[in-house]
Design a protein around this ligand. Sequence first.
Ligand code: ACO
Length: 427
Amino acid sequence: MGDRRPYQVTVSDSSGDKQLPILDGTLGPSAINIQRLYADHDLLAFDPGFRSTASCRSAITFIDGEQGILLYRGYPIEELAEHSNFLEVSYLLMFGELPTSAEAQKFENDVRHHTLLHEQILKFYQGFRRDAHPMAIMVGVVGALSAFYNDDIDQMDRVRREEAAVRLIAKMPTIAAASYAYSVGRPIRYPRNDHSYAANFLQMLFGLPSADYVVDPVLAKAIDLIFLLHADHEQNASTSTVRLAASSGANPIACIASGIASLWGPAHGGANEAVIRMLTEIGTVENIPKAIARAKDKEDPFRLMGFGHRVYKNVDPRARVIQKAAKDVLEHLGIDDPLLDIAIQLEQIALKDEYFVERKLYPNVDFYSGILLRAMGFPTNMFTAVFALARTVGWVSHWLELTQDNHGIGRPRQLYVGHPRRPYPSS
Ligand code: ACO
């Protein structure tokens, strides 16, 4: 490291030079430690949008955006996608190591044990309009769940903390499926603990009391893969929201509700829904050049949804895995989705276009995930809810990490640009 970077940097202003130490991680860029910048030098760091800010130390997930690399606890996402499943990866993210088969079995049983919702929680659904977006229902119901588990979450007690985390992972499919069932007027289905995590979600979402629902194992595997690929992504907007909320010591379930709210936006998890709307609007391959021109027009707010990423300046490695899974599932189901053709063509044209090349805008995970979910029968407004379900694992893993390395409440400062002090106008 010493050859590559100085151990400290010098910042100069009118009052002279200040030395700031540099911190090295195991991978990725080093960080200037500015923690004492204000206390020692009466200066603040200005970084709106946090483009150059490392908000914490974390050992969970690593992204090399230039190379298009994503590691969970050191393991490449492609290898986990090939050899592991969502619950094993959840264990890995939460506890740092892949489980042995006995640990995996115990973890799965623990999750199964908590899949039911308190009956009174089901009454909350009745308060929503039938046409409410499932994400709106999820924010509300998960927030409400914090009232049911408040006093028994002792954040100082490791066992209680882990129990709270497992409870959330277990209940999220039940909450998400019920949000959809309510919004379309179907009866809410109970979880089936004789099913795998993924198969149980599918039966709650698509099953009806009037007929048996047989889970297609190919679809169960595909949704498990989607969960796995979305499980964590270091300090993104929703994870940072959860960490900031949790830094005050708030109820972790309420913190997850804040993460769901943050995820909902089209610049973040809501992009998978926006991609399908965009592809539908484009309608035919012939209309692609018009869409590309609009995306490049600075006067037009239209952006190519599913393209670009704050960290990846290369192909998002999850996008490649999902693209292949989407093709396989469409083939398995015998579906010929014109939106897939439009997506593939759009990607190819954009990747050759100077505007996208110059700005390093590549497809992200959301570009193909919507096509896969649509083929599996998921309604568009459930896409982000699926993302929230999966990302709950990342959120709780970061919450567990934060409880052991909390630097106190997260409290950014600001560069004030308003009026200087002035007297109240006399009448
Ligand atoms: N279409 C057209 N132009 C784009 C796009 C896009 N999708 N994304 C970025 N650009 C352009 C910007 O206009 C800007 O151009 P300029 O330098 O000429 O002003 C340049 O590329 C850099 O863009 P920023 O907005 O500064 O990039 P930022 O890191 O802030 O945003 C984001 C990243 C929000 C993901 C953005 O690329 C975007 O809006 N993409 C579409 C939405 C999307 O797919 N979101 C999902 C992200 S992945 C996830 O959350 C799971």
